[in-house]
Design a protein around this ligand. Structure first.
Ligand code: MN
Length: 253
């Protein structure tokens, strides 16, 4: 047996080391669907939220998660089912200048997902999709469960999204207990882009920071303040980069 040698070398009446339990019987293998693309885009729009996207049948099924995914199995995060997105959108990072979703998109996580069920469409119809994630940040077993009736959470709403309505679009995103679950606040612990390694100000600075000098997509409340801060920081990053360029030019002549 696998632990024989480990156990032979130790006297567990004298050592605090764990003896280890006998290896469990393997669960019968289910027929598995090959891994598919998934991503989470952190989206500073009318409100900060995280868009979870799972590739399925050539498009990205999408859920907007206002508070972002939690690794704590006791925490259920509201996930609003939103419209499918094109597959190409899955690696997008940058600035949406105006209109729908106006704001900054960060590719917060990406990797593969695998259904833990044989029939994904049936699971979706039933409103209970169990799946495994293998991203840079999110891993292990998760479930998306459609809620019944009114979601009694006061949740930031995007103008186009009827948050909290009993329209079948409210789901809960829950982490299953496994080696990848825990109390770690993954949003705090790993806030940056997996594409650029950057935060919102640098993503904006790389694009068009002057964009919202006069008309910001959001100007009030917590999100307005957050966006104002990001715009100021982006302008400073641009100014510093410009000064460095000028110094280099002077150095060359
Ligand atoms: Mn979004």
């Amino acid at each position: 047996m696998a632990l024989d040698e480990y156990r032979k070398k130790r006297d567990f009446t004298k050592s605090p080391e764990p003896k280890g339990s006998a290896p469990g019987r393997r669960a019968p293998r289910k027929k598995k669907i090959a891994p598919l693309f998934f991503c989470v885009q952190k989206h500073l729009a009318s409100h900060l939220h995280y868009d979870l996207r799972l590739e399925w049948k050539g498009v990205l099924m999408s859920w907007a998660v206002p508070k972002g995914p939690s690794l704590d199995p006791s925490v259920k995060r509201l996930a609003m089912h939103v419209e499918d997105h094109p597959k190409e959108y899955g690696t997008f990072e940058g600035v949406i200048p105006e209109g729908y979703g106006a704001g900054i998109v960060m590719l917060w996580d990406q990797g593969t997902w695998q259904p833990e069920v044989e029939d994904v469409d049936a699971a979706l119809a039933k409103g209970d999709l169990k799946f495994t994630l293998d991203g840079y940040k999110l891993k292990g077993s998760w479930v998306l469960v459609r809620t019944r009736g009114y979601a009694r959470q006061s949740t930031p709403r995007e103008p186009h999204e009827a948050f909290g309505q009993s329209d079948g679009r409210s789901w809960l995103l829950i982490k299953h207990r496994d080696h990848w679950s825990g109390a770690l606040d993954i949003g705090e612990f790993a806030p940056l882009s997996v594409k650029s390694g950057e935060d919102f100000p640098a993503i904006l600075a790389a694009d068009t920071p002057a964009l919202w000098q006069t008309h910001r997509p959001v100007s009030t409340g917590e999100t307005g303040a957050m966006l104002r801060h990001v715009i100021d920081q982006a302008a400073q990053l641009r100014a510093a980069a410009e000064r460095a360029r000028r110094r280099t030019r002077r150095g060359n002549t």
